[in-house]
Design a protein around this ligand. Structure first.
Ligand code: AMP
Length: 220
């Protein structure tokens, strides 16, 4: 299966993509993760991307499209893939279709994880990340044993610049504004699957697998 995962930041895409990638045995890639790695490495691309990311704005299309194309050409495309956090606008969606067309394959479906703004703010603004090992906690749902200290490596926990409430609201606004047309784009092509993203990780995962099963049995 060749899938893209859409949904506002904090909808649980990362978690669901990892589970699905394992269940389907296909590779996945998150553009946000690759960009954060570039920022951490201090590369030229990372330096350019950082200024946009810290403000919760989208990184310019040309940078992100190049990252995605390079990755798609590095995997066995016939086996399938999952993209997380891409596309974020219609240009990115069109470019993806074009890259896939050149590779003689087609996208199977676009999965949209639907979660309302207030729930997103609750999830993200309580998130704490370890400065050293990257472990993720949540003040309410998964607190560290000691205040602001990582259970794994003992280092300081901090709130990511883009997890602060005002930036979270900004990211949500940017996301919905630029992604609404992407949803319409996939809807028009009959490829959009909307999944309710509220509930436990397992519940959401079951919902996704059920819809994908229905999809593969209807295409047989
Ligand atoms: P995420 O981890 O998906 O929330 O992404 C974190 C940040 O990386 C976003 O706020 C954007 O600045 C940037 N980013 C990730 N994916 C994309 C994309 N497809 N297009 C543009 N910017 C992106």
């Amino acid at each position: 299966m060749r899938l893209v995962f859409l949904g506002p930041p904090g909808a649980g895409k990362g978690t669901q993509v990892k589970m699905l990638s394992k269940a389907l045995g296909v590779p996945s890639m998150a553009t946000g993760d690759v960009l954060r790695m570039e920022v951490a490495s201090g590369s030229e691309l990372g330096r350019e991307a950082k200024s946009y990311m810290d403000k919760g704005e989208l990184v310019p299309d040309d940078i992100v499209i190049k990252i995605v194309e390079k990755w798609l050409r590095s995997i066995n495309i016939a086996k399938g893939f999952i993209l997380d956090g891409y596309p974020r606008n219609v240009r990115q969606a069109r470019e993806l279709d074009e890259i896939l067309r050149q590779m003689n394959v087609e996208l199977t479906a676009a999965i949209y994880l639907d979660v309302p703004e207030n729930e997103i703010v609750r999830r993200l603004s309580g998130r704490l990340t370890c400065r050293k090992c990257g472990a993720v906690y949540h003040i309410e749902f998964n607190p560290p044993k000691e205040d602001r200290k990582c259970d794994v490596c003992g280092s300081e926990l901090y709130q990511r610049e883009d997890d602060k409430e005002d930036v979270v609201r900004q990211r949500f606004r940017v996301y919905t504004e630029s992604t609404k047309p992407v949803l319409d784009y996939y809807k028009d092509k009959g490829k959009l699957l909307v999944i309710d993203g509220l509930g436990s990780i397992e519940e959401v995962n079951k919902r996704i697998l059920k819809r994908l099963q229905e999809l593969s049995s209807s295409s047989k």
